[in-house]
Design a protein around this ligand. Structure first.
Ligand SMILES: Cc1ncc(COP(=O)(O)O)c(C=O)c1O
Length: 329
């Protein structure tokens, strides 16, 4: 029996460009500027925001990334994100594509090219192209990429009514992988898909000892029964730049009497479920209240005062603090 199939066309460079443009017109994206060390410059047409397939970041997940926020023409807390980026590079045995200062400069200049005043800035370091093996190919050049995009969006309902999360059935990453911001987000992706399929907004990883971990691309924190802001230790989850900043900003709420203490420690599921408030914390979500976790209602089932106060403090910090880099448009 013969199987009929359309003749496969061998494409010219012009055909490829036309097809990438067609792909983008079928599925518009909020991507405004993209720097690639492999191109040695910035492109603003999403059709041109591409990587060689054989870069090991694509077929082996040997790459890292980080994301910083762009708020009102300023980049927020970039140095904290770059510190984590460099740590992730070291843990992943990735060579840098330039010095920290050079990469920082490229991030700022790519943002300027985008002309955007609000959105997100994500950047990647890749192992580079040259083979389909596992270890970096002989002579491979590490790649550095920067994308200025619209950012991740969450429903307004998360703030007004609160989000609902479920304990994921997927195992938490081993600590060495969880503390490294590598591109292998399969457990995180599956957790979020599982939660959506079950009618929840997101999932929560629990570690083998029964301690609370984190969510898919955000941390979780709690306000305990006795009014303490409690955050899981950062030895088995990603050290969220937002969480680290929130833990500092929260001291103002202690002064106001809204919090009795601030603790970073192991949190058992049993204690966490009794919390007055449960929060999602991250660069994209900022601070959002959680009002339901599995079948348990958190607190009185409504967004609580600490989550609102922390969001206000973070919003202020994003608009007026020494953590802003003004973009030279
Ligand atoms: C797994 C994971 N945990 C936590 C966070 C929160 O980190 P940040 O506050 O730096 O966005 C992120 C997002 O980067 C993440 O991907």
């Amino acid at each position: 029996m013969t199987v009929s199939h359309p003749t496969l066309q061998v494409l010219t460079a012009d055909d490829v460009l036309a097809r990438f443009k067609a792909l983008r017109s079928r599925q518009p994206v909020n991507f405004f500027a993209f720097y690639s060390s492999q191109l040695g410059g910035v492109v603003t047409d999403p059709a041109l925001m591409v990587l060689p397939f054989d870069d090991h970041i694509v077929h082996r997940g040997h790459g890292i990334f980080d994301t910083a926020g762009l708020v009102n023409g300023n980049i927020y807390d970039l140095d904290a994100h770059l510190d984590r980026f460099l740590l992730s590079a070291e843990r992943s045995k990735l060579r840098l594509a330039g010095s920290r200062q050079e990469m920082r400069d490229i991030i700022v200049k790519t943002t300027a090219v985008s002309g955007r005043r609000d959105g997100s800035i994500r950047y990647w370091l890749s192992s580079g192209p040259g083979s389909l093996e596992l270890i970096p190919a002989a002579g491979s050049e590490p790649g550095f990429f920067v994308m200025i995009f619209g950012g991740l969006a969450y429903p307004e309902r998360w703030l007004t009514e609160g989000a609902r999360v479920m304990t994921t059935t997927y195992p938490i990453k081993a600590p060495i992988y969880a503390i490294t911001k590598a591109t292998d987000y399969l457990p995180n992706v599956l957790m979020q898909m599982e939660a959506k399929e079950a009618g929840f907004d997101n999932g929560v990883f629990i570690d083998e000892e029964g301690h609370v971990g984190e969510s898919s691309n955000m941390n979780v924190a709690f306000v305990t029964r006795d009014g303490v802001l409690a955050h899981p230790k950062f030895d088995h989850i990603l050290a969220g730049c937002t969480s680290l900043r929130i833990l500092e900003l929260a001291t103002a709420l202690q002064d106001e009497g809204l919090l009795k203490g601030i603790e970073v420690r192991d949190i058992t599921v049993a204690e966490a479920r009794r919390a007055r408030e449960m929060l999602l914390v991250g660069s994209s979500v900022k601070v959002a209240p959680i009002v339901q976790w599995d079948e348990h209602v958190i607190g009185d089932g409504k967004p609580g005062p600490v989550s609102k106060a922390l969001l206000r403090l973070l919003d202020e910090d994003m608009r007026n603090s020494d953590r802003l880099i003004e973009v030279p448009y």
